[in-house]
Design a protein around this ligand. Structure first.
Ligand SMILES: NC(=O)c1ccc[n+]([C@@H]2O[C@H](COP(=O)([O-])OP(=O)(O)OC[C@H]3O[C@@H](n4cnc5c(N)ncnc54)[C@H](OP(=O)(O)O)[C@@H]3O)[C@@H](O)[C@H]2O)c1
Length: 259
């Protein structure tokens, strides 16, 4: 899809990757509607309109109806919102589990359900930001992995369902990225495990490339891309590698303290 002179609804445009996307989109001449729970904090700039949207709200479908009444000419939606928490499953509250399911997965379904019919006729892009953890289960991220595995499955089925229409469905899976999503304990874990961390601008640029190229899916980072393939065909190899890392991961799950 061409980016210049298009109108995009950006979900998560106040986050680390989202802000980088917003800057890049405005720079190439798109108009961006930035959805947030706190639109008053988004500020003002040319070619950008802040709107209120709570992706965890029970009435999200109705909020989307009102949004498209106000902005009927949207050409594409980029779902770059998300929530996660690095924690053992037993220590996660029901509220945190529900919020991750609602924001990372349910909202993606409702957004696609709302926009796909209008894009089928006029053409349009539905872009979803997943994660390497949407293909590799990782200790401390059980709920997050479940939502991102779900998102990957959802986008694959949706793309196949809409394959004979003008809707472009894109799934982009970043690896660890330097944003506020990751608290210091996770940054320390990544350093201890030798994991690479990308800049949000790099990830934003890859998302836009995927859109422009008409990619179906794009996995970011080497060797993460290879691990995704290996986990798909030989998960026991990854089980073994992960078992070796488990004591380190458990130490950080325990707040970085030695057990
Ligand atoms: N950072 C990483 O290491 C990493 C790695 C792989 C994939 N990802 C994925 O990349 C995407 C962006 O992540 P990020 O690192 O940029 O996150 P971030 O900096 O923590 O920003 C999160 C964004 O999600 C929005 N959001 C959260 N709950 C919401 C809700 N209920 N309603 C509306 N918006 C909500 C926030 O908007 P408001 O607070 O303004 O409402 C904010 O814009 C996510 O899907 C994430 O899972 C991140």
């Amino acid at each position: 899809m061409r980016l210049h002179d298009r109108v995009f609804l950006l979900l998560g445009g106040t986050g680390g990757i989202g802000k980088a996307l917003l800057d890049a989109l405005v720079q190439v001449g798109s108009h961006v509607i930035v959805a947030s729970r706190h639109p008053e904090l988004v500020g003002h700039r040319e070619n950008m309109s802040p709107v209120h949207l709570d992706l965890a709200a029970a009435d999200l479908d109705q909020q989307l109806v009102r949004l498209t009444e106000a902005y009927p000419d949207i050409d594409g939606v980029i779902h770059c919102a998300g929530q996660n928490r690095f924690s053992g499953l037993a220590k996660m509250s029901v509220g945190e589990l529900d919020a991750q399911l609602a924001v990372n997965l349910r909202s993606a379904m409702l957004v696609a359900r709302h926009f796909a019919p209008q894009f089928e006729k006029a053409g349009g892009a539905l872009v979803f930001v997943g994660s390497t953890f949407g293909s590799i289960g990782f200790p401390g991220y059980t709920a997050y992995c479940a939502t991102k595995f779900g998102l990957r499955g959802f986008t694959e089925a949706l793309r196949r369902e809409l394959a004979d229409t003008a809707v472009q469905v894109v799934y982009v899976a970043p690896r660890a990225t330097a944003t506020e999503m990751n608290p210091e304990v996770v940054n320390e874990l990544n350093r201890a495990l030798g994991n690479s961390v990308d800049a949000p601008e790099t990830v934003a640029s890859e998302i836009l490339k995927a859109m422009e190229n008409g990619d179906r899916r794009r996995f970011l980072g080497w060797p993460e891309k290879l691990f995704v393939v290996i986990n798909g065909i030989l998960p026991r190899l990854v089980d073994k590698a992960m078992l070796k890392k488990l004591p380190v991961i458990q130490r950080f799950l325990n707040g970085g303290r030695l057990l």
